[in-house]
Design a protein around this ligand. Structure first.
Ligand code: NDP
Length: 281
């Protein structure tokens, strides 16, 4: 039987309606959630991402501030602006769109954001909180993947989850969140010699490599849940993920499509973190 589609668009709409209701309740108390998005330079893709984030904020009833700077903005000016936003009570979340121009150290910038406003969950302190099982902000993409897995109704306790990819923003936090949900977790990466050996044992596979066809049907245990984080283009220029969707949907029990799976959830979880940040103040 073909796999059930995990519909990231439908789940996002449901969660965004809940977030909007929480935002309205906060606004009624004089505490409208506020997100500041900073963009430096003129990378076209970054501008599209920022536009989408600002629109999603407005649709959810947030106060949204877009700070746009030319590519020659100095690092010290950017750090000063972040310090001002850290102190601004109308702002509950701060996001700096990556990549930054080469002369600006992204680590310095991320670490300058107050942990209380680090709604991307990228700072070392936020990563440490996740590692320690404390209540910090979870990075949006893996947080969204957890919601997608939850939506299948499958309890992760005792299940074997394999994460393919070990980046600080996706693979590593994904593994920690699965571990927190009581899965047994294996992390694979480009130096893993026989990827299929691990994925064939997995009840859940999360693929986050940025390489097409990293996972094919022969590498998937029948009935597994497959979450595809990757964003790639095929030879025809069509958007596709890291997994062979057509083949795997005949083997898996649940699978996320690309587009329409993990992608919409990332912005939704940014909104979720921001409303949570406002509720905590
Ligand atoms: P990175 O390039 O930072 O990390 C990729 C990871 O995949 C690395 O750990 C790498 O291993 C591993 N890898 C690469 N090739 C293979 C392979 N053949 N077999 C096993 N592991 C491999 O990417 P990100 O984590 O930032 O993103 C991953 C993908 O997810 C990208 O396509 C990105 O565009 C997408 N993405 C999508 C989002 C969304 O909202 N849908 C949000 C964020 C990312 P090693 O460490 O050894 O190099």
């Amino acid at each position: 039987m073909p796999a059930q589609l995990i519909d990231g668009i439908a789940l996002s709409q449901k969660l965004r309606a809940e977030i909007a209701a929480r935002a309205a309740a906060l606004t009624a108390l004089g505490k409208q959630p506020g997100l500041a998005v900073i963009i430096v330079g003129d990378d076209p893709a970054s501008h599209v991402y920022v536009r989408n984030k600002v629109k999603a904020c407005e649709d959810a009833g947030f106060y949204s501030l877009k700070d746009q700077y030319p590519a020659d903005l100095s690092e010290s000016a950017l750090l000063e602006r972040i310090a001002a936003l850290n102190a601004d009570p109308a702002i509950h979340g701060i996001l700096v769109q990556m990549p930054l121009p080469k002369h600006i150290d992204p680590h310095k910038v991320i670490e300058a954001i107050s942990t209380k406003k680090d709604v991307d969950g990228y700072s070392v302190l936020s990563a440490g909180e996740l590692m320690a099982g404390l209540d910090g902000f979870r990075p949006c993409t893996p947080y969204g993947c957890m919601k997608l897995i939850e939506s299948t109704g499958v309890n992760l306790r005792g299940k074997h989850a394999v994460v393919i990819g070990r980046s600080n923003t996706v693979g590593k936090p994904m593994a920690l969140l699965l571990l927190q949900a009581n899965a047994t977790v294996t992390i694979c990466h480009s130096a893993t010699p026989d990827l299929g050996l691990y994925t064939r044992q997995a009840d859940v596979v999360v693929a986050a490599t940025g390489r097409r066809n990293t996972l094919t049907a022969d590498m998937v245990k029948p009935g597994a849940i497959v979450i595809d984080v990757g964003i790639n283009r095929d030879e025809a220029g069509k958007l596709c993920g890291d997994v062979d969707f057509a083949g795997i949907k005949e083997v898996a029990s649940h699978i996320t499509p690309v587009p329409g799976g993990v992608g919409p959830m990332t912005i939704t979880m940014l909104l979720m973190n921001t409303v949570e940040a406002a509720e905590r103040t």
